[in-house]
Design a protein around this ligand. Structure first.
Ligand SMILES: [Zn+2]
Ligand SMILES: [Zn+2]
Ligand SMILES: [Zn+2]
Length: 317
């Protein structure tokens, strides 16, 4: 178990030899239901648990294979947690009340703050994989987090482009994009006082919406109480629209993009959420195949304005 450096792509690969062999759970058993091994019977709405099969750990053993100057390796130091959204087994984030989603937002904030304050944690990545099609084996509504000892490469790209824009214009790249989207309005899905959801001009996934706070903040910890509730509320609206679009449980990847926690200033960065739903139409899967995976070129076979309209018109209840 170790981190291996890819000197060609300039990024770390998390190698964990044993994780691939994690056992299948007995049919009908849910480790996240109240009363299961580590989960209290009552007295909680949301909960964080250590991941039973972590890719990163706070006390990693030294790398199995010692690296050299070309093939560098590092201990897999970090934290992997499971974030349980509710005691209810048969719900999804979309089914929860705004109050319950707000408790999820508070848990995200608290975990970001606590783990981010650890010296070895450079980036706290909060996410959810939803649906069997994404490879999720546990149906109980939950998300996860990885606290990385490095800044992941997608974030590095976002930091670099927004820093460049900040230096050149004195403005936040994300604020500028949001203002343009609000002005043009054709790709807006929904909004409230403090947040807006849109399918960007440059969307990568047919339903790959982004959710931005309207105020320039770099992390969940910068949000006010009112903004946190507005965040929970817009998430609920977006998720209900997803569910209502095809009248079916809607799979997605949801990622929170916040500033790094390495102690450096990131005045040019703007917190946001990105969704990557794997469908392009009902029952039609969007694959990230050779062109996307091998060339890093995105193909989008629709007009983003049309896909945004579909979502805008989907009921939010
Ligand atoms: Zn359960
Ligand atoms: Zn901004
Ligand atoms: Zn992003």
């Amino acid at each position: 178990m170790e981190l291996r450096w890819d000197p060609i792509m300039g990024q770390w690969v998390i190698v964990s030899g044993k994780r691939g062999k994690r056992p299948l759970l007995p049919e009908g058993y849910c480790p996240f239901c109240p009363g299961s091994k580590e989960v209290p019977e009552k007295g909680w709405m949301v909960l964080n648990l250590p991941n039973a099969f972590p890719a990163l750990r706070s006390d990693p053993s030294p790398p199995d294979i010692e690296g050299d100057r070309l093939y560098r390796s590092l201990p897999s130091k970090g934290v992997c947690e499971v974030l349980i959204y509710t005691p209810r087994h048969d719900a999804s984030l979309a089914d929860l009340t705004v109050e319950n989603i707000r408790a999820v937002v508070d848990l995200w904030t608290q975990r970001f703050e606590e783990l981010g304050s650890r010296e070895y944690v450079k980036y706290v990545f909060i996410f959810e994989n939803k649906g069997r099609i994404i490879g999720v084996t546990l149906d109980h509504p939950h998300g996860q987090l990885y606290a990385f000892p490095f800044i992941p490469s997608v974030i590095q790209k976002e930091l670099a482009s927004s820093r460049k824009y900040w230096k050149r214009t004195g403005n936040c790249l994300f604020c500028t994009i949001m203002e343009k989207e609000l002005r043009e309005a054709v790709r807006i899905v929904c909004e409230n006082d403090d947040f807006v959801c849109f399918l960007p001009f440059f969307a990568h996934w047919p339903y790959g919406v982004h959710v931005y706070p309207k105020r320039h903040v770099a992390a969940l910890t910068d949000l006010t109480d009112k903004e946190k509730t507005a965040f929970a509320s817009i998430l609920k609206t977006v998720l209900r629209k997803f569910e209502n679009l095809f009248n079916a449980s809607f799979p997605y990847m949801m990622v929170l993009h916040q500033r790094p926690t390495d102690g450096k200033p990131y005045p040019h960065y703007h917190f946001h959420v990105e969704f990557y739903p794997p469908y392009r139409e009902k029952d039609k899967i969007k694959y990230f195949a050779s062109v996307e995976s091998g060339a890093g070129a995105i193909t989008f076979d629709y007009a983003p304005e049309m896909k945004a309209e579909e979502l805008r018109n989907a009921p939010a209840t």
